[in-house]
Design a binder for this molecule. Sequence first.
Ligand SMILES: *Cc1c(COP(=O)(O)O)cnc(C)c1O
Length: 386
Amino acid sequence: MPPVSRFHLAIPFNRPFATGAEFGYIREAIDGLQLSGNGRFAALCSSWLREQTGAGGALLTPSCTAALELAALLSRIEPGDEVIMPSFTFSSTATAFALRGATLVFVDVRPDTLNIDEAAVAGAVTGRTRAIVPIHYAGVPAELDSLSATAEAAGAVLIEDAAHALGSTYRGRPVGGDSPLAALSFHETKNLTCGEGGALLLNDPELVERAEIMQEKGTDRARLFRGEVDRYTWVDIGSSFLLSEINAAFLWAQFEAADVILQRRLAIWDAYHEALAPLEAAGLLRRPIVPAHCTHNAHLYYLLLPEEAARDALIESLRGDGVAAIFHYVPLHSSRAGRRYGRTQGALPVTDDVSRRLVRLPLWVGMGPDELGRVVRGVAAAVGHG
Ligand SMILES: *Cc1c(COP(=O)(O)O)cnc(C)c1O
């Protein structure tokens, strides 16, 4: 069979969801005559994010990658500084800090949640550690209390790459809301989207002020808008870390529908979880684990197969059924750039193991019971169940 792009299968892996209100808001932005960043829709989105997460500040950025780059600048990461992060993550987590000349220190993940192993983080701290950057894999929170205590003891800053996790909670607290810095993504593959987009959540008022300057090419333009100065000038280094008002208008429609989107995603996630329970009971695969003190946002549904060959066979078999299922991160410590910009703290056996056995199933708003049934039957057939 010739290779078929996963984008052209009957049941795609992802389908970006539009609420229907996006066009109207974009029209309003056009009529409002401001299409550049930090307009009316950006302000609405920012206050919504602050309300939802409890963060003191929220700046919309062109992407989560840009938000991480801004976080690295704000944290004054310099050549020779060490930044501890999982190897089981996306390149953005790493490149934002490699850009500042940092040495990345890759540590292993926990076998249950596939999140950074907080004990390994504590063991990787040195006198040069300047930042600790967890992700919340699949929207399931990492052990934030322990990570935050380790960061504090090390004199390092905790920067959450919360790209997966807007809407998840850790011990009842919204993810991203408590840390000094947290980056969010509104890429088309994330739960809430505007195509490409992101945000930086902040809690230190001094950092908020500096971030506003760095976001606006190093100028105090934000103070001009608030009427605090009568002209704006170049005051610091920075870049253009702004999200266009067109994207912010699109994003506002998604924020308004956030509860509905979350409920629909959770319903699909729960349906997978229930339908696949017998396969787990039969020892054919492992389902995601959500610790009791966490809630998740159904960002993705993954399975761990007993071995790599079984995982690859499952992907192949589902493709034959018209279902796009895909693997996930190729560990950064074994990648070309990862070897150049980072080092590992000991061996990373869990990362090496789970990255070979993991597969993600389709999950998008609009997926109905027929589609879900087809995926589940495909999985059962491929692993030889029933
Ligand atoms: C999607 C993602 C990013 C990058 O997000 P962009 O908005 O595309 O820059 C970063 N980190 C993680 C963990 C992601 O999943």
